[in-house]
Design a protein around this ligand. Structure first.
Ligand code: GRF
Length: 205
């Protein structure tokens, strides 16, 4: 029988508001080509784990600490993804840079959300509030978010979707971060997850 949905794993480390946006979009029927099937966290106290369990999604903690090294962590991830028949990985606030071995194995099968308009304010060191601090320091009037494929270059893979967000007078990094999440991240991440799932399902990616 032909597959009706691919299986998605979401990698998280923290609050999980982007995971929540994915869950909500799936509930609204906006993600229909993929099923949120597994959440992997490298942080045992990530709130994202609670969001996943409350919504009946299987969760696992796999980290350098639990496995002993980054290499062992990635091996455990590959094993788990294979055992669970995962077709697509979505990085939603996953605070660990994956090795080239890992990203090559899942070429065009890993998405990431980054809180700026790539190629601005991206790459190593640009994570969390640092991204918004840098945008404010530069004085840009427009920022936003980007969903891209993940390759061996941090934030360097092919761009899938972007959405612009205005910077406003008096913005602090925290205010800007919240606006970028609400007006861009939580919209384009689910949209990209559906777009890529559909392509995989139809054998077009
Ligand atoms: C988001 O800003 C995302 O763009 C970045 O990490 C943050 C994660 O937030 N990659 P959350 O855990 O989804 O709330």
């Amino acid at each position: 029988m032909e597959k009706k949905q691919i299986k998605i794993a979401v990698f998280v480390s923290g609050g999980g508001t982007n995971l929540q946006a994915l869950i909500d979009a799936e509930k609204r029927g906006e993600i229909k080509s993929g099923k949120l099937s597994l959440v992997i966290s490298n942080n045992p106290s990530a709130d994202a784990l609670t969001r996943a369990s409350e919504n009946g999604i299987k969760t696992l903690v796999i980290s350098k600490k639990t496995e002993g090294s980054k290499e062992a962590m990635e091996e455990a991830m590959v094993r788990t993804l294979t055992e669970n028949g995962i077709d697509l990985i979505v990085l939603a606030g996953f605070m660990c840079i994956l090795s080239a071995d890992f990203t090559r194995r899942y070429d065009k099968r890993i998405l990431n959300i980054h809180p700026s308009l790539i190629p601005s304010f991206c790459g190593e060191g640009f994570y969390g509030l640092h991204v918004h601090e840098a945008a404010l320091q530069k004085g840009v009037k427009v920022t936003g978010a980007t969903v891209h494929y993940v390759n061996e270059v941090p934030d360097g893979g092919e761009i899938i979707l972007q959405k612009a967000v205005n910077v406003e007078e008096g913005d602090t990094p925290e205010i800007l971060q919240k606006r970028v999440m609400e007006q861009a991240e939580w919209i384009i991440l689910p949209a990209a997850a559906e777009l890529v799932s559909k392509k995989i399902l139809e054998g077009k990616a």
